[in-house]
Design a protein around this ligand. Structure first.
Ligand code: NIG
Ligand code: FE
Length: 413
C-alpha cells in the first residue's frame, strides 16, 4: 500500500537529520516545506519534497493519491502522559471545586484518586477496555498518533494488574503506538499504611509486572500527602533494576522534590512542574530527563502556571502532554493543550508544536520513530482542514483542525 499526498500547502515539522529532542532557542524553529508532497510506503514515510521537484509517479499499482490543496500535513501528536483507563467520571468533584473545595481537600475526604480506585475495583476488564477504546478513538480523531497510558487507579495488586492487562489489550489492537506505565504509587489504598503499600509495590507488584512485561515505565506521584522524594527514588531505583525507566508526577500541587528525584533516578520525564523553581531548572539542565507540562490539568484545577517560558529560555526542552484523566483533565485534545501552552505560558506556536511532537515522543522513548516528518519514520500523520497556517491551530482554540488521519500508512476510518 502506498499513499501520495500532493499539493500540500505546508508540510510541517520536517527534518532531514532528525534530533531526539529539541531544546531551548531551537524550539522556536519549526521546519516546513510549502507546496509539498509526501510519499508513504507500507507503514513508513518514504520521501517528501517540494511540488516543483516532484519526480512524478512511475508505479501506479496500489497507490492512493490525496490532493491536500489548502491543507497542512503534520506528524501525529504524541501524548506522553495519560490515564485513559478509568471507570466512571468525577463531575461531582468538579462541582465541589466550583463551590470552593480544593483538589487536596476533596482527596482528603476520600475523593480524588481513591474515588476512581473505588469505581475501578467494581469495573470488569472488558468494561474498562471498551471505555478506554472510546477515548482512544476520540483522541485519534483529534490527531494523536502515539500515547502513553498509566495504571494507578487500581492500587491493589489485582486491580493494578487488571489495568495493565487492559493497556496490553489496547496496545495489541490500536493503530497508534502505545506505551504502558505502572503507577502503583499514585495514592495510598484506603485501610493500608504507606509503608506497606510501598513494600507491596517493590516486592510483589514490580517483580510480577516485569515478569509479565506489562510496563514500559514506572511512575510515582511525588507530592505532599502522597509520596516523598526519597520514596520516589526508592521505587524508581527498584524499577530500574528490571530495566523499567522512571517517570514522575512532580511539583504539581506543591514543591516536593519530584524533579530532583526523577533526575537522580534517570527518569525519562518529570511531569506537571507548576511548582518547579530555579534550582529545579538547573538540575534538569544537567540531565537527559524531559520536563513535561500538562496545560490541561493546570487549567482545569486552576493551579499556578509552570515556569515553561523560563525553562525554554534557560535552554531546556519541554514536552506537552494531555494528562487525560477523570480528576484533573477530562480531555485528551492535544490541539487544545497546544493552545493552552501558547495562551497561558506564552509559548510560541513553534515551541508548542515541537513540544507536542518530537519532545513528547522523547518523553515516551519514541523519538527515533515518531514526532516528525523524516524518511523511515512511522507514517503517522494527519491532514488538516483548509487552514491558513500552523499558528491557526493554537489560535483556533478548542476546535479540531484534523480532517484526514493516516496511521501506519493506512487511512483511519
Ligand atoms: O496527573 N496528580 C496525580 N494524578 C493525576 C490526577 C489523578 C486524579 O485526580 O485522578 C494527574 O493530575
Ligand atoms: Fe497524571
Amino acid at each position: 500500500m502506498k499513499i501520495l499526498i500532493k499539493n500540500i500547502k505546508s508540510l510541517v515539522q520536517v527534518e532531514e537529520k532528525t534530533r531526539l529532542k529539541i531544546s531551548g532557542a531551537e524550539m522556536k524553529t519549526l521546519s516546513c516545506i510549502s507546496n509539498a508532497w509526501l510519499a508513504i510506503e507500507d507503514d513508513k514515510i518514504a520521501d517528501f519534497g517540494e511540488m516543483k521537484d516532484f519526480p512524478g509517479i512511475s508505479d501506479w499499482s496500489n497507490l492512493q493519491v490525496i490532493d491536500a490543496t489548502g491543507k497542512l500535513v503534520f506528524p501525529s501528536w504524541c501524548d506522553s502522559h495519560t490515564h485513559i483507563v478509568y471507570a466512571g467520571n468525577r463531575e461531582q468533584e468538579f462541582v465541589d471545586r466550583i463551590n470552593g473545595l480544593s483538589y487536596e481537600e476533596i482527596a482528603k475526604r476520600g475523593g480524588g484518586i481513591l474515588n476512581s480506585a473505588k469505581k475501578l475495583q467494581d469495573a470488569s476488564e472488558d468494561e474498562l477496555f471498551e471505555s478506554a477504546m472510546k477515548r482512544i478513538r476520540e483522541v485519534i480523531l483529534q490527531g494523536t498518533g502515539a500515547i502513553e497510558i498509566k495504571s494507578g487507579y487500581g492500587l491493589s495488586f489485582e486491580a493494578e494488574l487488571k489495568m495493565l492487562r487492559v493497556i496490553k489489550r489496547i496496545k495489541a489492537i490500536v493503530p497508534i503506538s502505545v506505551k504502558a506505565t505502572f503507577l502503583g504509587a499514585h495514592a495510598i489504598p484506603s485501610g493500608m499504611t504507606k509503608e506497606k503499600h510501598i513494600e507491596n509495590i517493590i516486592n510483589e507488584m514490580l517483580p510480577r509486572i516485569a515478569e509479565e512485561k506489562l510496563a514500559d515505565y514506572c511512575d510515582v506521584f511525588c507530592e505532599r500527602n502522597y509520596f516523598t522524594k526519597e520514596e520516589t527514588v526508592k521505587i524508581l531505583s527498584e524499577a530500574n533494576k528490571y530495566g523499567i525507566k522512571g517517570k514522575v508526577h512532580a511539583e504539581q500541587l506543591s514543591h516536593s522534590g519530584g524533579i530532583e528525584a526523577g533526575v537522580k533516578s534517570n527518569a525519562i520525564s518529570v511531569d506537571h512542574l507548576e511548582f518547579a523553581n530555579e534550582n529545579d531548572i538547573s538540575i534538569l539542565k544537567n540531565s537527559e530527563t524531559m520536563g513535561t507540562i500538562l496545560p490541561g490539568a493546570q487549567f482545569f484545577l486552576g493551579l499556578q502556571n509552570p515556569p515553561a517560558r523560563k525553562m525554554i529560555d534557560a535552554g531546556l526542552p519541554i514536552a506537552i502532554a494531555s494528562d487525560y484523566n477523570p480528576g484533573s483533565c477530562p480531555s485528551g485534545n492535544m490541539n487544545f493543550m497546544i493552545s493552552l501552552a501558547c495562551i497561558n505560558y506564552k509559548l510560541t506556536p513553534e515551541e508548542a508544536i515541537n513540544g507536542a511532537t518530537i519532545n513528547s515522543a522523547y518523553a515516551m522513548g519514541l523519538s527515533k520513530t515518531h514526532g516528525n516528518i523524516a524518511i523511515g519514520k512511522q507514517a503517522n500523520v494527519f491532514i488538516t482542514k483548509e487552514i491558513p497556517n500552523y499558528a491557526f491551530i493554537p489560535y483556533s482554540f478548542a476546535n479540531n483542525p484534523v480532517e484526514t488521519i493516516i496511521l501506519n500508512g493506512q487511512i483511519f476510518k
